[in-house]
Design a protein around this ligand. Structure first.
Ligand SMILES: [Zn+2]
Ligand SMILES: [Zn+2]
Length: 338
């Protein structure tokens, strides 16, 4: 089996040095705004982040952390892989791993292993600096590149976790796969070590094959991305299967956010708010993620519930990744003795 999975259970310590003043395009997308602002830099953050950190949490709609401080790597709570913050959690932990509740949980992002611009290490580093606590790698895959794609995500999570200050989860996005083949490919992705499977849903702006949303829901994948043409019956199915329906921050895909949010809320289906990042400027901040949620029609209380469910999902996926790692290790050990 390929590289072993080392799920990033260590809690993030977001630096929060994101562009919290960024004007968001909200549900209408934000790529234009990103381009005008430019890419987030990693350096030059010499100002005190103490007030900034608390302000960021408040702007994200959550309680401002008491005494939170420091740039990335020193603020926030820490998980089982080492604590660097003697002051403890920056805000009431919402997950088993003690992540600060206000950090970004984004489970849809692309790297050079499909059509993204950055290697996972740089994407993760930039995400941390913008206030992420959980980043999922979900590169585009079909039958031709599934193994490489999952192997790359698994290798990135294994190699970087414990060293980067956020939880990195290996996933994959099945993209334009014929609906009848989605279930089998999703199962294959999991067998290869993917902690979660995203399906590229029926976006309003791409000719995704009709029936893709339904096939993904019936297959019980983890996240149905930008399913803008969702039906009420499909939203009910998502609720019963526990498939997270995505509100997309990506321009174009985001055109369906209002419909998806309304149907998901009515059906009680779980929601995610993801960047679908391909470039560093696409990464979220806590404030932007919340803004897009509210712009899609969620109330502040809806968003709080959605965020709690996302934290719980991230914990489940991290645990799944750990189990996969254990299995892979056992297989490797057996091989060593053969
Ligand atoms: Zn793409
Ligand atoms: Zn995508």
């Amino acid at each position: 089996m390929g590289p072993t999975v080392h799920a990033g259970l260590e809690a993030g310590s977001p630096g929060a040095a994101g562009r919290f003043g960024l004007e968001s395009g909200g549900a209408a997308g934000r790529r234009g705004a990103d381009r005008s602002v430019g890419r987030p830099g990693l350096g030059g953050r010499s100002v005190s982040l103490a007030g900034f950190f608390g302000r960021a949490a408040a702007m994200a709609g959550f309680e401002a952390p008491e005494g939170s401080n420091g740039p990335e790597g020193s603020g926030g709570s820490q998980g089982p892989e080492g604590s660097r913050d003697p002051e403890g959690p920056a805000s009431p932990p919402s997950s088993a791993s003690g992540r600060p509740f206000w950090g970004v949980v984004d489970l849809h992002a692309h790297t050079i292993h499909s059509d993204g611009e950055l290697v996972p290490a740089e994407l993760a580093r930039r995400a941390l600096v913008q206030g992420y606590t959980v980043l999922g790698l979900s590169d585009h895959a079909d039958q031709s590149n599934l193994e490489n794609c999952v192997a790359a995500a698994v290798a990135a999570a294994a190699g970087l976790s414990g060293h980067i200050g956020l939880t990195l989860l290996p996933g994959v996005e099945l993209t334009h796969v014929p609906p009848a083949q989605i279930a089998a490919l999703a199962a294959r992705a999991r067998a290869l070590g993917a902690a979660y499977v995203v399906v590229h849903g029926e976006s309003p702006v791409e000719p995704v094959a009709p029936g893709t949303n339904l096939a993904a829901l019936e297959a019980g994948v983890d996240i149905l991305a930008h399913p803008g043409l969702l039906t009420p019956a499909e939203a009910e199915l998502a609720a019963s299967r526990g498939v997270f329906l995505e509100l997309s921050v990506r321009g174009g895909h985001s055109l369906g956010n209002g419909r998806v949010a309304a149907l998901a809320l009515a059906a009680g289906a779980p929601l995610a708010v993801n960047s679908d990042a391909h470039a560093p400027g696409d990464l979220l901040t806590p404030q932007l993620q919340r803004t897009v949620a509210l712009g899609s029609g969620l109330s502040a209380e809806d968003w709080r519930r959605v965020k709690a469910a996302l934290e719980a999902l991230a914990d489940r996926l991290a645990a799944r990744a750990v189990r996969v790692r254990a299995v892979c290790k056992n297989i490797q050990m057996q091989k060593n003795y053969e």
